[in-house]
Design a protein around this ligand. Structure first.
Ligand code: KDG
Length: 315
């Protein structure tokens, strides 16, 4: 099956505290499938986009749980390798509706961190995808994972596919200085760059980050402003903002990945940047209103209802 969108990254199993508050107090955890690119691919599949992921999971029960979930959601897993002898990556996090949650990673030496350019070749390359989506998490995992991201961008550029880069800084994986040099290289090759203001500032040396990225060749820069919504600036001079939906947030993690899925699905449907921002914002709101990174991702009919009715339906 030809794909519409390809992504690559580490699928994780997340153990999320059931009790709200600190990890020190949480005694019960619920298991979720997670990982920014996994969330994104499932978000696209729910919207009817043919999405595939190139990744590695361990030959263990958690890897099986990820594969089952990806298959059940309709994500193409032809590019997922099950690696014997390395564990599936794990994340443990607090559940907080507000403020940053403490996250512990157990992913050093994981199967996912062994992602390499050869995985992309084994998966059959882009498989016809018109869009490649990468995040700033994968390059932090290992030199071979960084090389895989760069090889995927090379392929996309040669094929004339659109490249989006969701900056996604993870300070527990690398330092800001290490991240910035890679982010700048990747952002300079991306058509669409997305991030919060701090992340975008790392992706360019120019003080007005969006202006810097646009002048370096990016077509659309999306600034994620959390509860204030999103703003997009384009290389043809458009500057627009869409407010966040006034949703009661149960679990804010995953909103950014959901936004990317909605935004990119809309662009693939031929919608303009303003409409794509609205799709992204609605997908993000749907996710934060439900526990976990993916359970709240809307199907296309659900998204249509959300866009018509706004926040009334997701309280
Ligand atoms: O965007 C949500 C992700 O942060 C989460 O699923 C875990 O991918 C993840 C990471 O590396 O932090």
């Amino acid at each position: 099956m030809a794909l519409d969108v390809l992504t690559l990254g580490e699928p994780l199993v997340a153990f999320v505290a059931v009790e709200g508050g600190s990890l020190a107090d949480a005694a019960t955890y619920r298991r979720h499938v997670a990982g920014a690119e996994t969330n994104f691919a499932i978000g696209l599949a729910r919207l009817g986009v043919r999405a595939g992921i190139v990744a590695r999971v361990g030959d263990d029960g958690l890897g099986s749980a990820i594969l089952r979930r990806l298959r059940a959601e309709g994500v193409d897993v032809g590019g997922v390798t099950v690696e014997a002898g390395a564990p599936t990556g794990v994340l443990i996090r607090e559940r907080r509706a507000l403020g940053p949650s403490e996250v512990l990673y157990r992913r050093s030496g994981s199967a996912g961190s062994h992602l390499a350019p050869a995985d992309l070749e084994a998966a059959g390359g882009l498989r016809g995808a018109r869009w490649l989506h990468v995040t700033g998490i994968t390059p932090a995992l290992s030199p071979s994972a960084l090389a895989a991201v760069e090889a995927a961008i090379d392929l996309a550029k040669r094929a004339g596919a659109t490249v989006s880069f969701d900056v996604n800084l993870r300070r527990k994986l690398w330092s800001e200085a290490e991240a910035a040099s890679v982010f700048r290289r990747l952002a300079a090759r991306a058509d669409v760059v997305l991030g919060d203001p701090d992340e975008l500032a790392l992706a360019t040396s120019v003080d007005d980050a969006a202006a810097g990225l646009l002048s370096a060749g990016t077509s659309v820069v999306v600034t994620k402003l959390g509860a204030e919504g999103v703003r997009a600036r384009t290389s043809d001079g458009q500057d627009m903002a869409v407010p966040a939906l006034p949703v009661r947030a149960v679990d804010p993690v995953g909103a950014g990945d959901a936004f990317c899925a909605g935004f990119i699905a809309a662009r693939l449907d031929g919608l303009d940047v303003g409409a794509a921002l609205r799709w992204g914002v609605a997908c993000g709101a749907a996710v934060v209103s439900v526990d976990g990174d993916i359970d709240g991702l809307p199907t296309r009919p659900e998204l249509e209802r959300l866009l018509q009715a706004g926040a009334e339906t997701i309280r």
